[in-house]
Write a protein that binds this ligand. Structure first.
Ligand code: NAD
Length: 388
């Protein structure tokens, strides 16, 4: 039974399309930013004519001063959030600009969270735990993607417990975000594949989520169609501007969908692989998705038959179960086509599966999964995906 879900979260402003990055200086000025902290990693900071250099040029042209925290790690850690806060205070910043993929945006959100909501971010995991607004936050997105530049989620890894946790609050949504596909042309093949599969997981999990509604369905369906067509092209030729633009659009649509419909067991389980083994998030999702969605099919077979059709499969003359199986096969084929590694290749260890399963059920994303399981079911799903 689909729950009614009447509130709908949208980003305040998203600039979309080639070269919109040039607007950022003026936007920062309009928002009264005097000295934003740019949150990024050192690779992106030093990339010649890359997203950070272009952001700097636009800020300088608008006369906006800035400082840097450039030590964000993939799967950003609590230490990154704490260091970033200290840098913000030392440099007398008044606002934040994240430049990068999900790791930069989530780290920036984390810094904002502990600037105004208490020092220990691990205590703020969960839904609607933030009482105070964050400092003004702009997000320049460079992968397609997590859609963190428009979402209310901040995903942080506790390096001591190796647990990835999520702070979900509408206060986390950046004021303005930028999706400029020209900043994505040089994303390497492996990252293009992983992030594209992350966006596909967002759309599939939203489409079968118990929290879905007609608006999120529309977004998820279009995202599935775009990713099915354009992800292979973006992996084959990163400089294909049409494919990059359509993938950026698909990532944004999928983000709007899951920001409201929420996710499911694929993300809840992927967070355990990411936290425990520091594996790339999109690959964790992609490596688990066919196994988990096959298990989910019993709860919503018609939805999976629909997904097969959106992915371009011919389901004429098939019954709903055969058609649903076509969706599972198509998800696996897409993963194989773009070169996603298996759960085993991502470094998972079967002896950890009981702990990972227990923690997956506690993850903020597990709730709206269409089929309900216990820890033993989740262990079986980890094993099945591991043995692929
Ligand atoms: P990422 O941000 O971790 O970036 C991976 C690497 O790609 C980095 O080393 C970065 O330097 C490089 N990179 C980024 N953009 C580039 C570009 N344009 N050209 C060349 N290199 C580039 O990767 P991601 O997949 O975007 O983010 C993953 C993180 O986001 C995970 O921690 C995941 O849990 C989180 N996530 C968050 C949300 C959310 O809503 N907050 C949703 C999904 C995932």
């Amino acid at each position: 039974m689909v729950q009614p879900n009447t509130d709908f979260m949208m980003p305040n402003v998203n600039f979309f399309g080639p070269n919109v990055i040039k607007e950022i200086g003026q936007r920062a000025k309009l928002l009264g930013m005097k000295k934003p902290l740019i949150v990024t990693d050192s690779f992106l900071r030093n990339l010649e004519n890359g997203p950070v250099k272009q952001t700097e040029a636009s800020l300088a042209a608008a006369g906006v001063d800035y400082a840097f925290y450039d030590n964000v790690e993939p799967n950003p850690k609590v230490r990154n959030v704490n260091e970033g806060k200290q840098t913000y205070l030392d440099a007398n910043c008044d606002s934040i600009i994240s430049v990068g993929g999900g790791s930069s945006h989530d780290c920036a959100k984390g810094i904002g969270i502990i600037l105004t909501n208490g020092d220990d971010i691990t205590k703020l995991a969960g839904i609607d735990t933030l009482e105070n607004p964050l400092p003004p936050l702009l997000a320049v997105n460079t992968t397609a993607g997590t859609a963190s530049e428009i979402t209310r989620h901040a995903v942080i890894t506790n390096e001591e417990t190796k647990l990835k946790f999520v702070v979900i609050s509408w206060r986390n949504v950046p004021l303005v975000s930028f999706n400029d596909p020209m900043l994505m042309l040089d994303v390497p093949k492996g990252l293009t594949a992983a992030t594209g599969m992350d966006a596909l997981t967002h759309s599939v999990e939203s489409y079968v989520s118990e929290h879905r509604n007609d608006i999120t369905d529309a977004q998820a369906i279009q995202a599935i169609k775009l990713i099915s067509k354009y992800l292979p092209q973006a992996v084959a030729d990163g400089h294909n501007i049409e494919a990059r633009t359509k993938m950026a659009e698909a990532s944004l649509l999928a983000g709007m969908a899951f920001n409201n419909a929420d996710l499911g067991y694929v993300h809840a389980m992927a967070h355990q692989l990411g936290g425990q083994y520091d594996a790339p998030h999109g690959e964790c999702c992609a490596a688990l998705m066919p196994t988990v969605e096959k298990w989910n099919m019993i709860a919503s077979p018609q939805r999976f038959a629909d997904i097969a059709r959106f992915m371009g499969e011919n389901i004429d003359g098939l019954n709903v179960w055969e058609a649903g199986q076509k969706a599972i096969d198509a998800l696996q084929r897409m993963s194989d086509l773009v070169g996603i590694r298996t759960v085993k290749q991502l470094g998972a260890k079967p002896e950890d599966f009981e702990l990972l399963a227990k923690n997956a059920l506690l993850d903020g994303n597990a709730g709206p999964n269409p089929r309900k399981g216990n820890a033993a079911d989740i262990v079986e799903l980890f094993k099945e995906a591991y043995n692929k």
